[in-house]
Design a protein around this ligand. Structure first.
Ligand SMILES: CC(C)(COP(=O)(O)OP(=O)(O)OC[C@H]1O[C@@H](n2cnc3c(N)ncnc32)[C@H](O)[C@@H]1OP(=O)(O)O)[C@@H](O)C(=O)NCCC(=O)NCCS
Length: 360
């Protein structure tokens, strides 16, 4: 049997959470271009219940999430102990998710509580890394507003909340991507939430998945700081066999629909924060890449610039991806656990056969 490399195009199971059929990303049937300005909490509810909440349900759900945006003191102490240079924030997050599974009152855990704790933990890692005091979530504010406040220490304007909300909504789920599939494999063994989420974070960390956004910005910085011609830089990279981060996609061969929306957000915020030069660089690279390879930018390409404009250090970008994707991971974990079927595929053995252990 001819197997596609990396299971490309292979349908391994069913889901009601999201779909990329015909290269259109939908959450529970709603296209993301219609959801891009919906409140993040509403989209999370949709992913978890496969229906939109009523106004009352949304308000209760938001209150619940915000009320859980606080960490046990023991967790903060432990995060502080493991947060030091030169540890990469994604390594700290990997340990933190696992830590939450031991310091949280796991008997009370459910998806809203876990999502809220994870967002708070990610913001805490950023604050501790920056040597800044931990901030506390404010009742009456939404989840996105609080999240920005927790990591930046400043109350964001409604316009900035709307921009970050769009980023969070567009990253919230993406059917059976590598990290979600990893979470589902672990969930299929009926392991607990934290085990599934720790595994998902490990898969997201790699440069071919969530780790790309950090590398996109590193490329932009290198080009700008060394004054190189962006087209020549990209040509040289490809000539030496390197992939250009933020381009290409396993599913979207004619363009990632999320990148189209995020390009506009990046253009706007780059202008507002005096970062136009980075956006101009991105446009030059995008145009050349299309001309030379027909590859389009993916979700990570413009998000990198948006995170930079939120004053985030590039090493924390992939944690931001994790913050948004936790919503989707939890939806899939619950769906997989309910299915009650162990994921255990088979392999085609291509090694030596008919060998015999020598008698000694
Ligand atoms: C995302 C990605 C893993 C998808 O991979 P895929 O569907 O398996 O496609 P492949 O890696 O097989 O690529 C097909 C061809 O395009 C080339 N290609 C794909 N992405 C490329 C990129 N970013 N830069 C340069 N060339 C690229 C490959 O080298 C390959 O060329 P070949 O046929 O001559 O060998 C891949 O595009 C990639 O590594 N992109 C960069 C990392 C990134 O941005 N990841 C975030 C994804 S959201």
């Amino acid at each position: 049997m001819e197997l596609p490399k990396g299971l490309a195009g292979v349908v391994v199971d069913q889901t009601k959470v999201s779909s990329t059929k015909n290269a259109v990303l939908t959450y529970a049937g709603y296209p993301i271009k219609e959801l891009k300005d919906a409140p993040f909490e509403e989209v999370v509810f949709l992913l978890w219940h496969t229906r939109l909440p009523s106004a009352d349900e949304l308000s209760e759900f938001r209150k619940r999430l915000v009320s859980e945006m606080v960490l046990p003191e023991k967790t903060v102490q432990l995060i502080t102990r493991i947060t030091y240079e030169p540890q990469h924030p994604m390594s700290i997050l990997r340990t933190t998710v696992s830590l939450l599974g031991t310091t949280n009152d796991v008997k009370r855990d459910d998806p809203p509580r876990i999502l809220a704790k994870l967002l708070t933990a990610i913001a805490a890692i950023i604050r501790i890394r920056d040597g800044q005091p931990i901030k506390h979530a404010q009742k009456g504010w939404g989840v996105v507003e609080n999240f920005i406040y927790l990591f930046s220490g400043q109350r964001p304007t409604p316009e900035r909340v709307a921009m970050f909300n769009t980023v969070m909504v567009l990253h919230a789920d993406h059917e059976f991507n590598a990290s979600t599939f990893t979470a589902r494999v672990v969930a299929s063994t009926q392991a607990d939430y934290y085990s599934c989420l720790t595994a998902a974070v490990c898969a997201l960390k790699g440069p071919l998945h969530g780790g790309a956004n950090e590398r996109v910005f590193k490329m932009l910085e290198t080009i700008r700081d060394t004054g190189q011609d962006p087209v020549q830089y990209v040509k040289d990279q490809m000539a030496s066999g390197h992939k250009i981060m933020g381009f290409g996609h396993r599913i979207y061969k004619n363009g990632d629909p999320r990148a189209v929306i995020l390009r506009e957000v990046a253009r706007k915020i780059a202008h507002e924060t005096d970062n136009d030069s980075y956006f101009v660089l991105q446009e030059q690279i995008k145009d050349y890449m299309f001309k030379a390879t027909h590859l389009h930018p993916n979700v990570d390409y413009y998000t990198a610039l948006i995170y930079h404009c939120f004053d985030l250090d590039k090493q924390t970008f992939t944690m931001m991806f994790a913050a948004c994707r936790t919503a989707g991971w939890l939806a899939h974990i619950v769906e997989q656990q309910a299915e009650g079927c162990l994921i255990r595929p088979s392999s085609e053995y291509v090694g030596e056969t008919n060998r015999h252990y020598p008698s000694r």
